[in-house]
Ligand binder design. Structure first.
Ligand SMILES: NC(=O)c1ccc[n+]([C@@H]2O[C@H](COP(=O)([O-])OP(=O)(O)OC[C@H]3O[C@@H](n4cnc5c(N)ncnc54)[C@H](OP(=O)(O)O)[C@@H]3O)[C@@H](O)[C@H]2O)c1
Length: 231
């Protein structure tokens, strides 16, 4: 039996606890990150709290092996005096949205091989895709994720606003959004690019700009230039 303590009750902690509870070989305990007295000893202690609270929370933990779940916090930010590691899942987690852990990449980092194997076993008990990723590589992935996830989602928001303003159903764009995401699994994103910017359709670009407000024009122009410059 592998014993796991999960500290926190937010999005990531809730999904992890839910997943571990389904595994016969794991005994999981969830601890409120604001009440860190009486933490049971465990093989792996997972701190799943806000990035800025990781150092403080970890400084109060004496368990033998402590990991955090952040994409942007280094392994050495952990302040426990025992062994350290990172158990980062590169996916977006919201409490009310189910997660298919078999599709979640687990990015693991530890100080020694034995701890890596322990985290790998833990990750494979709930998921399939496991990668050894050090703190520098994780930072790289995190900034790339901001572009492909947060910025893309912001562009969906703008698209939704434009449709709403002109009374056209946004849902008509859903298949295009899905196909664009799926396409880059078989074609490099640069090669997959279509649209007026890459074709340099100047009249279409001008017509689009005429329809947009100032904020939308700025974003449209920056992205159009970036596509045309290939960088
Ligand atoms: N959500 C994602 O999509 C996602 C994906 C990958 C990695 N992560 C990483 O996973 C970690 C948790 O993210 P999350 O989305 O689960 O966060 P969250 O839902 O906002 O939950 C944050 C947790 O941190 C606790 N907390 C905040 N400030 C604290 C403090 N000063 N002292 C003690 N506890 C504190 C909160 O406790 P209270 O409820 O008492 O405030 C809550 O349990 C972060 O490092 C994040 O970068 C998140």
């Amino acid at each position: 039996m592998v014993t796991v303590v999960v500290i926190g009750n937010g999005n990531v902690a809730s999904h992890l606890v839910h997943a571990f509870l389904k595994v016969d070989t794991i005994n999981v305990t969830q601890i409120n990150s604001r009440k860190l007295t009486n933490i049971p000893q465990a093989d792996v202690t997972i701190i799943a709290v806000s990035d800025d609270a990781i150092a403080k929370v970890s400084s109060k933990i004496n368990n033998s092996f402590v990991v955090h779940t952040s994409g942007s916090v280094g392994l050495n930010s952990l302040q426990n005096k025992t062994r350290k590691g990172v158990f980062y899942m590169l996916q977006t987690f919201s409490k009310d949205k189910m997660v298919d852990f078999s599709e979640v990449p687990f990015c693991l980092e530890t100080e020694n091989k034995k701890d890596y194997l322990a985290l790998e076993t833990l990750a494979k008990s709930i998921g399939k895709k496991v990668y050894a990723i050090n703190s520098e590589q994780r930072k790289t992935l995190h900034v790339a994720a901001v572009f492909v996830n947060n910025f893309t989602n912001h562009l969906y928001k703008i698209g939704n606003e434009i449709c709403t303003e002109h009374q056209v159903p946004f849902e008509i764009l859903f298949p295009l959004i899905k196909e664009t995401a799926v396409k880059i699994e078989t074609l490099p994103p640069g090669a997959a690019q279509t649209g007026p910017a890459i074709r340099n359709d100047k009249k279409t670009i001008k017509n689009h700009l005429d329809m947009l407000n100032i904020k939308q024009q700025k974003i449209y122009t920056i992205l159009t230039k970036s596509i045309q410059n290939g960088n």
